[in-house]
Design a protein around this ligand. Structure first.
Ligand SMILES: N[C@@H](CCC(=O)N[C@@H](CS)C(=O)NCC(=O)O)C(=O)O
Length: 175
């Protein structure tokens, strides 16, 4: 049974799952959920994702929502193939968990707000950004990125953004 990702190519949460699948070399089918048309709020989709969001992941007997839970599942189920994503020892796993929490609690809220104002809003509503909201969020993002810079390797951004899995992910669905 083919792995299915119900998602939208421009969705960051969908992209995170697709990148994990590429890292693991797992073939998948993207089932398009047109966020612009509001398909994520329709009854059929709400049966899969009760909060009306993407992605949803189907793999054999399991149907999962929440991108980080999905990625933990992918990392564990496909542990023996592709890139090791989750660490082997309790210490390695704890560090992966720590930085996933940082991403979810500190980075994600502010980057999502900025992404909406600077990219998604125009596509979905035709309106330009709320400049005051952007001005308030940029320093918050910088504060998080300063911590990333201080705690990760100097080349962390180049290292992760140049990975073949990410390069494939960001062009997925755009051709
Ligand atoms: N915590 C969820 C967040 C998912 C989420 O916010 N998805 C966005 C796209 S990145 C979405 O579906 N937005 C449509 C909406 O809220 O109507 C996850 O990580 O899966």
């Amino acid at each position: 049974m083919v792995v299915k990702v119900y998602g939208f190519p421009l969705s960051g949460a969908t992209r995170n799952v697709i990148a994990a699948l590429y890292e693991k070399g797992v073939e998948f089918e993207l089932v398009m959920v047109d966020l612009k048309a509001g398909v994520q709020k329709q009854p059929e989709h709400l049966k899969l994702q009760p909060f009306g969001k993407v992605p949803v992941y189907q793999d054999g007997e399991i149907t999962l929502f929440e991108s980080r839970a999905i990625n933990r599942f992918i990392a564990t189920k496909y542990e023996g193939q592709g890139t090791p994503l989750y660490g082997k020892t309790p210490t390695e796993k704890a560090l992966v968990e720590q930085w996933m929490e940082v991403e979810g609690q500190n980075y994600h809220p502010v980057i999502t707000a900025l992404n909406y104002q600077l990219l998604v809003k125009k596509i979905f509503t035709g309106e330009g950004p709320d400049e005051a909201a952007v001005a308030a969020d940029v320093p918050k993002l910088n504060a998080v990125l300063d911590i990333y810079e201080a705690r990760l390797t100097e080349t962390w951004w180049r290292d992760i953004s140049s990975r073949p899995s990410w390069q494939k992910t960001i062009t997925y669905g755009s051709s």
